[in-house]
Design a protein around this ligand. Structure first.
Ligand code: SF4
Length: 695
């Protein structure tokens, strides 16, 4: 294992601001091509390190800034590719990890003529790589490679589903659904311009998400080669996949990487090298991808696809499915409500452990689950035996001549839903955890694998010759053991830890205010609101507050709105004043305000410079021990706190802390309530990588 020493304190090797990176000119391209040609016989790692070196050809490009840690990373990634090994690289903020892995990766692909995949967690990073970093390196190669971006399937519109949605009347009960009409007009205008069919161009609001779900490309509602849009090459999803199949480098996301592994490589096609960026999220994403979540709307969306002729066997089967679904999810809602104390339960979960399954009050849910699974299976058999044109109003289908295919596709979807209900409610699988949940007044059924290390090892890591996992936060207390075991990459993977070049000792201040009541005390939120009020008033806004739950965010938002009403400072709450993207844009345009964000604000949010002067952390981000998945995972451990709860919190806290210092000019305090009650205390971080040791 290789662990690089931290950079000297006060090091000034800082990253160039992302937006400053400019495309190389002809002279730089010539110099790079000449250097690569002259070093053709040298190891890949040496060539990559030379290109990024202070005297190398990349240094001639405008706004390029040499970073020693980046060169170390490029060398290590190059060696990993050449030796067909596995590598874990933690590269602190400002190291420039994108160029640190893209430079050797593109050189390797150009030399070997083999394919590589880069997978990120967030679409933001995916777009940054595709729009800026990848073209920068690619243009410096003697012969640029073909590269492609492939997002998850649901990012692309399905034209067949869109035509079906367009034909549906825009009523919400008896009312005209103006939001649906507005959404349709927006999509109609967009379709005249888009070349990608990618939803990111639409900038959907939170309210429009429900409509997008009805037109996004979806595995369980795709006719494949039988679809007219497939044959005419108009399908955006198919075009994106065709483009990716021909590319030497494919930039995708964790979800698609895992979907590909489930489908035996049919999505991404064969590749020989893999770089997973933001790899600290890999376990969570694999859990989501390999698990199941089910709501009644998932069933009704399948049933709504079939405009059955009234009175026939198909119409009857569809109606029985609707009724069974209503009953099941109604019973789940009642059960969860009672278990959580009666009345309207709001948000909450009930784990389906053996004790709950054996309890008398679960019998109604179990019966409803069996009944629904049976009804769906019987309905699937009816659809499989029916003739399309004789049982559905074919003229209402997007492709009337494909009515039989529509029935067959719906039958497959119903069987899958029946199987999921069986697994979650009636007959749980080994090594899986199941739970019932209420969220936004909707009942949900969930199943997740307790461990994802086996599937990741077998279907992702063992598939490639060389694998690199990287992130700004992979280690805990200087050790990579937590990540290594959680994702199952194996003991042979080498390690490299590269400290951030930022001078945290002089740039950051940790403030641990005494007197903040415990999180579960009634006055906790009032004190947090008062603290934020004081900070924001002194700093003229420019403050980000991070929450671990949506409830506290809403209550602090209400309190702060009152307190700051006459100050001229805006209070921007995630989900209250807009989507994450919208409030972030508002804050970037005018930082005279307080930005309140929950889970997705802890990482991937980049507010460089003066705009952000302070971060307040409402509560240390420990996983909730009563969460069914957390409980199932910690039950298997000798030391649940030390082996799971604490390392998870450390990684998340480091991400949250990292929102503040994004460049060498950034300065400011991070306020966080300490674990134990103590007096007001101000301390400076003692290490370059803040809070990386449990102590
Ligand atoms: S091929 Fe599939 S995703 Fe594409 S338009 Fe047809 S049904 Fe939709």
């Amino acid at each position: 294992a290789v662990v690089a020493p931290p950079l000297p304190q006060g090091s000034r090797l800082a990253a160039a601001p992302a937006e400053d990176r400019q495309r190389p000119g002809a002279a730089e391209r010539e110099a790079a091509a000449a250097a690569i040609g002259a070093m053709a016989g040298l190891p890949l790692s040496d060539v990559a390190a030379h290109l990024l070196d202070a005297a190398g050809p990349f240094a001639r490009t405008p706004a390029y800034e040499h970073r020693e840690a980046q060169v170390q990373m490029a060398r290590a990634v190059g060696q990993t590719l050449e030796r067909r090994r596995r590598l874990l690289v933690e590269a602190g903020t400002g190291v420039g990890k994108s160029l640190g892995y893209l430079t050797p990766l593109l050189l390797w692909a150009a030399r070997t003529k083999r394919r590589a995949v880069v997978a990120t967690h967030t679409v933001n990073l995916q777009e940054q790589l595709a729009d800026r970093d990848l073209p920068f390196v690619n243009e410096l190669l003697p012969t640029p490679l073909q590269v492609a971006v492939l997002k998850g399937r649901s990012h692309y519109i399905s034209l067949r589903r869109w035509h079906r949605f367009l034909a549906v009347p825009d009523t919400n009960g008896r009312e005209v659904d103006l939001d649906a009409i507005r959404f349709k007009l927006k999509v109609l205008a967009w379709l005249t311009q888009t070349r990608s069919g990618d939803r990111s161009e639409l900038h959907l609001s939170a309210g429009e998400e429900q409509y997008w779900r009805r037109i996004e490309s979806s595995t369980d509602d795709c006719l494949g080669r039988a679809c007219a849009n497939w044959r005419t090459q108009r399908c955006y999803m198919v075009s994106a996949r065709r483009g990716a199949a021909d590319a030497a480098i494919v930039v995708t996301n964790h979800a698609l990487l895992l979907a590909d592994s489930e489908r035996q490589g049919q999505v991404l096609e064969a590749y020989d090298a893999l770089v997973v960026d933001e790899a600290h999220n890999l376990e969570a994403e694999a859990t989501r991808q390999l698990g199941t979540s089910l709501r009644n709307v998932d069933l009704t969306m399948v049933l709504d696809r079939l405009p059955a002729l009234p009175g026939g066997e198909t119409a009857q089967a569809i109606e029985q499915c609707r009724e069974a679904g209503r009953r099941l999810f109604g019973d789940v809602k009642g059960f969860v409500g009672e278990r959580l104390g009666g009345g309207n339960p709001g948000n909450g979960t009930v784990a389906l452990g053996e004790d709950v399954r054996a309890a008398a009050d679960f019998v109604a849910v179990l019966r409803a689950g069996r009944h629904t699974a049976g009804t769906l299976t019987r309905a699937a058999a009816v659809l499989e035996g029916a003739s399309g044109t004789a049982t559905v109003q074919a003229e209402l289908l997007p492709q009337p001549e494909r009515a039989d295919d529509e029935l067959a596709l719906a039958a497959i979807a119903l069987r899958e839903l029946a199987g999921a209900i069986e697994r979650i409610v009636c007959d749980p699988r080994e090594n899986h955890v199941t739970w019932l949940e209420m969220r936004a007044e909707q009942a949900e059924l969930h199943e997740a694998p307790v461990s994802v290390s086996g599937p990741l090892r077998e279907h992702v890591f063992d598939r490639t010759d060389a694998t690199v996992l990287t992130s700004a936060t992979l280690s805990v207390g200087g050790s990579f053991d937590f990540l290594r075991h959680r994702v199952g990459i194996g003991d042979s993977a080498e390690e490299l830890a590269l400290a951030s070049p930022f001078d945290y000792l002089s740039q950051a201040l940790c403030v641990l205010p005494a007197g903040v009541p415990d999180y579960d005390q009634p006055d906790h939120e009032g004190v947090i609101a008062s603290l934020v009020d004081g900070i924001a008033t002194r700093l003229d806004g420019h403050t980000l507050v991070l929450f671990t739950g949506y409830g506290p965010l809403k209550r602090v938002h209400a309190l702060l709105s009152d307190r700051l009403a006459h100050s001229g400072l805006a209070v921007l709450g995630q989900g209250l004043d807009g989507t994450r993207r919208q409030i972030l844009r508002s804050f970037l345009d005018d930082p005279r305000g307080v930005l309140l964000g929950t889970n997705s604000f802890w990482e991937g949010v980049d507010i460089p410079g003066e705009r952000l002067r302070c971060v307040v952390i409402d509560k240390l981000p420990f996983p909730v021990p009563s969460d069914p998945l957390v409980r199932a995972r910690t039950d298997l451990l000798v030391d649940p706190f030390g082996q799971y709860i604490l390392p998870s919190a450390v990684i998340r806290l480091r991400q949250g802390f990292g929102r503040l210092i994004r460049g060498r000019e950034d300065r400011g305090p991070v306020f966080s309530r300490p674990c134990r009650r103590r007096r007001w205390r101000v301390c400076r971080p003692r290490r370059q990588v803040p809070w990386s040791r449990p102590s």
